[in-house]
Ligand binder design. Structure first.
Ligand code: SAM
Length: 274
């Protein structure tokens, strides 16, 4: 399903212009002075990334996604197939529970399987000798991970919130674990769309923060992606707490997706040195 969605929006480069500029600006602000290595989680079609700039600015850029084909096509479209500093890691599940979620679709009441998913989702790891990175960026993949849970379990399932919370916590921990001491982690996430909030399409840029606040107060956001809850989790989780004082939350922006528009925000934190 992820592959089908990626194929449908592979040519969204132009739509994603403003979104890409915002992400690249966050990356620029967090780029270490001495090149360094960056890891992008959920890179997919890379329409939100300027790959030539990453290839030039970082000594190594590792692009990670389930969908290998989307990554392969992205480097062709952006003319960086031969860039030696780019490494593609397709076919890589960053949730740690994607296969189990597929099993759960056929057996949603299997309590042992549910328990295993909750446990494993909280501590995903990436196979392969990649970490640590100077910068780790998650580009609108958390909403997709949670969407997977919504589709498999449905929001009425008694353990729905447990699984969503575990996937969310695990993703934040993965970002943090992959960062080197002194390195930075950026979580970019969409949290509501014009499907449920049509005013996203007509609100002036300067008023998007106010709109986000109103939508949050009305509880109009994707499951598990209330930005205020994400920020408080980042500050309270035992494994993430060391970065507590460094957390910065970006002013929301719009991601034009053609058929709909999303509101997006970003959380940036620094991993302490000791
Ligand atoms: C909304 S897209 C992100 C946008 C993308 N950076 C772009 O510009 O096209 C989400 C990406 O997450 C990937 N994804 C979804 N679930 C995943 C998983 N469990 N592990 C790794 N990648 C996953 C999808 O294949 C997709 O490429």
């Amino acid at each position: 399903m992820q592959r089908q969605w990626n194929a449908q929006c592979a040519n969204h480069w132009r739509f994603a212009t403003e979104h890409r500029q915002r992400i690249m600006e966050l990356i620029r602000q967090s780029t270490p002075a001495s090149a360094g290595r960056v890891c992008i989680l959920g890179a997919g079609n890379c329409n939100d990334l300027d790959l030539p700039t990453l290839a030039q600015r970082f000594s190594q850029t590792v692009l990670i996604d389930l969908d290998d084909e989307a990554l392969q096509h992205a480097v062709v479209r952006q003319g960086v197939v031969d860039a030696p500093s780019l490494m593609l890691r397709g076919g890589c599940d960053i949730s740690g529970v994607w296969d189990d979620l597929e099993l759960l679709a056929a057996a949603p009441q299997d309590s042992d399987l549910l328990e295993r998913i909750v446990q494993n989702a909280e501590s995903p790891s990436l196979p392969g000798p990649h970490a640590p990175f100077d910068l780790v960026v998650s580009t609108c993949v958390l909403s997709q991970l949670i969407k997977g849970v919504v589709e498999v379990l449905g929001q009425e399932h008694p353990r729905f919130l447990d699984v969503v919370s575990a996937v969310r916590r695990g993703h934040l921990r993965l970002l943090f674990d992959l960062a080197a001491p002194g390195g930075q982690a950026i979580l970019v996430t969409d949290f509501v769309s014009s499907d449920s909030a049509p005013e996203i399409t007509t609100t002036a840029d300067a008023d998007l923060a106010g709109l986000a606040q109103r939508l949050i107060a009305q509880r109009n956001f994707f499951h598990g992606l209330n930005p205020a809850v994400v920020a408080s989790l980042w500050q309270s989780d035992s494994r993430l707490a060391p970065s507590r004082g460094t957390l910065r939350v970006a002013r929301p922006w719009r991601w034009d997706f053609g058929v709909r528009q999303y509101l997006v925000t970003a959380f940036t934190a620094t991993k302490p040195v000791a």
